[in-house]
Write a protein that binds this ligand. Structure first.
Ligand code: SF4
Length: 368
């Protein structure tokens, strides 16, 4: 089919990084890549593997602005196609490698793949109301605040319907940003930061080479809150192994209480064979918790929690199950409100502890 608008759609593409938080996937956020990969890539449990251990690089402002223009162009063409054919549903038939290129996904060359990936991201974002944007990759705050403000304002100008712009940030960078810069970023449209806290215990942080201390977490987190930027902190139950389990739980609760973030998101430690911590586990230096030990650690953490945000288990890494085979905790992105639902979370932990450990299948297929 020869169609001018379809041919025009094939002209545009923009950079998309490999990951974004699940909550941003749930809202089909538009993905705008402002830097590439992780500037640290040294945490022993991760090692930058989500980014293929590719070298970190900043992207030029012009390059990013050009991407946003491509997004605008894709959006315009999709709107015209939807108006012509009467529905967005119909447009979904066009966004098909067979229709556009006469090829299956795995036969596309790099340019064709990026084109389809870009169209899919814009299409899904449009279908969900164009409300949220996520700035990739691992630590957008390493950009100059001035450039980041330019990007945020550019997004707001071209997509005034956007209600929330979020990004990942490292505590070591966040704690070094001035409060004025954070307020400036908030005023330009940065609504939420996702921060990998992992642990509030300095021994654990040092052991896993996080490149941030408990104080960095507290200073950075409190500053973001003071700038009225919403804060999602990711914690990693089990990261201290058997040896540091108790102090990991107690100090993580202490740091969360000091920061008082809007969200705390649980991501239990799951060994990744491409990382140094996995090697240490195999040679016996690091002892992985059993499913019940994870829950006992979580119980210490939750008992000590005294904050006013939401505790979320919004990822399948929270592997514990109920007797009926359903997840022990809700995987809802809004999780459990504290302090109101603290008792409920503690009861669920007790329920998990009352079930035979074999039911909580912590999938470690590579250990077999
Ligand atoms: S900072 Fe984040 S992305 Fe980078 S290595 Fe550590 S956990 Fe991985």
């Amino acid at each position: 089919m020869e169609d001018l608008e379809v041919e025009e759609l094939k002209k545009y593409k923009f950079e998309i990084g490999p990951i974004r938080p699940p909550s941003e996937g749930g809202s089909h956020s538009l993905l705008i890549r402002v830097t590439c990969n992780c500037p640290w890539s040294k945490c022993k449990f991760c090692y930058g593997t989500p980014y293929g251990r590719e070298k970190f690089r900043k992207r030029g402002l012009e390059e990013i602005i050009k991407d946003i223009q491509s997004i605008k162009n894709i959006e315009d063409v999709i709107k015209r196609l939807a108006a012509r054919f009467g529905s967005m549903d119909w447009v979904s038939h066009i966004i098909d490698p067979l229709f556009l290129y006469g090829k299956f996904f795995d036969e596309l060359d790099d340019t064709e793949y990026k084109n389809i990936q870009s169209i899919i991201n814009v299409y899904n974002w449009m279908c969900s109301g164009e409300k949220t944007v996520f700035l990739q990759d691992a630590n957008s705050l390493v950009m100059s605040s001035k450039d980041l403000v330019t990007i945020l304002k550019y997004i707001k100008k071209h997509f005034p319907q956007v209600e929330r712009i979020t990004s990942y940030a490292r505590s070591s960078t966040l704690s070094r940003k001035s409060l004025n810069d954070l307020i400036m970023l908030k005023n330009a449209g940065l609504d939420r930061l996702h921060v990998g806290l992992e642990s509030g215990d300095d021994d654990v942080l040092k052991y896993v080479n996080k490149g941030a201390t408990a104080d960095d977490h507290i200073i950075g987190g409190k500053k973001a809150k003071k700038a009225k930027i919403e804060l999602s902190e990711y914690i990693m139950p089990g990261l201290g192994g058997k040896k540091l389990s108790r102090q990991h739980a107690e100090n993580t609760a202490r740091v969360i209480n000091e920061i008082n973030p809007d969200y705390v998101r649980s991501r239990p430690y799951t060994p990744n064979p491409l990382t140094p911590l996995y090697e240490e586990m195999i040679n016996g230096e690091f002892e992985l918790l059993t499913p019940h030990e994870y829950l006992k650690e979580l119980k210490i953490l939750v008992k000590n929690l005294n904050f006013e945000g939401r505790l979320c288990f919004d990822h399948m890494m929270n592997f514990w199950m109920k007797k009926d085979g359903k997840p022990l905790f809700s995987r809802n992105y809004e999780g459990y409100k504290f302090p109101d639902e603290k008792g409920r979370v503690l009861s669920l932990i007790d329920e998990g502890l009352s079930i035979d450990e074999s039911v909580h299948e912590h999938k470690l297929e590579y250990l077999a």
